[in-house]
Design a protein around this ligand. Sequence first.
Ligand SMILES: Cc1cc2nc3c(=O)[nH]c(=O)nc-3n(C[C@H](O)[C@H](O)[C@H](O)COP(=O)(O)OP(=O)(O)OC[C@H]3O[C@@H](n4cnc5c(N)ncnc54)[C@H](O)[C@@H]3O)c2cc1C
Length: 320
Amino acid sequence: MTFFSRVVGWSLPLMPPPLVRWAAAPYVAGDEPADALARTAGLNERGLAATLALLGEEIDSRELAVEGTGLYVDLVDQLADRGLDCNVSVKLTLLGLKIERELCRDHLALLVGRAAERGNFVRIDMEDHTCTTATLDLYREILAASRARRAAGGPSGSGAGGDAVGVVLQAYLHRTLADIAALPEGANVRLCKGIYVEPPSVAITDYHKVRRNFLASLEALFDRGAYVGIATHDNYLLRESAAIIERRGLAGDRYEFQMLLGVTENRRDALAAAGHRMRIYVPYGRQWYAYSTRRLRENPRIAGHVARAFFLRTLGGRDW
Ligand SMILES: Cc1cc2nc3c(=O)[nH]c(=O)nc-3n(C[C@H](O)[C@H](O)[C@H](O)COP(=O)(O)OP(=O)(O)OC[C@H]3O[C@@H](n4cnc5c(N)ncnc54)[C@H](O)[C@@H]3O)c2cc1C
């Protein structure tokens, strides 16, 4: 991380909201579900799948957890009604994880149940390390319940093997290879580097070692028969992942690539044109300011990207 990125990371959250919003605009679809649905339709027209994420996390009231869950259930219905190629991504703290585990479990069960009924899929985002164990436990619990319902004649989700729920693992955590070994059979996992600033006691801090652990985790996930969402914009990891897929002779029912809205669109389009399934993570909602500033403060590297965008856009540059 450069000195410039650190300075920008520190100062960007102090910028006036309109400026933050302007700089962050390419990363967020808009305030309302209609904005996100319109953006999704546009991505689908270009042959790209999507996953919608309502912004908001770490909420501290039951009312907000109930409201957030209801908004997600509505979203699943709207996606099905419009026939969009799009699932949803959710943070468990938005469903009440930090308020009460059982409340969060009930909300997640409701959402995953609706996703199965509507032939869709819920991806549980991974938050900071204080949430990892609870998130993986809830994933296993809800997946088992959902599979049991399916075995008894209940509905199937749109995930590989008919599952309606999947989870995320972060390559920077020391524990990730052990977590992979403890995954249920046929798990559906998004693999990413990890965005939160974590202490060295829980996370690898060296950039190249994180890359190595990403590839080791990818191999371990494939060894265990998982369906993997390979979530990165890192050219090196994209190349190496594609090589692993080719060497193993994997078909499109074992993996997809995933990228964030507005990031490295050339790489995204090139992978899709080469025949790989590509899914775009589309965040939306009124909590964009808190989300953007927190991300910038947590990870100044991203702030560097935003600052670069700011200058390039000011200068009329396009592809950043
Ligand atoms: C679909 C998706 C879902 C994710 N879900 C989670 C999650 O649940 N939990 C979690 O902790 N993390 C999540 N992440 C974030 C992830 O952990 C990384 O922090 C993030 O993707 C950056 O890492 P990278 O692999 O792209 O590599 P980097 O080394 O950070 O980036 C590689 C290159 O990509 C480009 N780039 C990356 N980010 C940006 C940007 N914002 N703007 C412009 N260019 C950029 C730059 O060219 C950069 O050099 C997700 C990422 C994606 C793509």
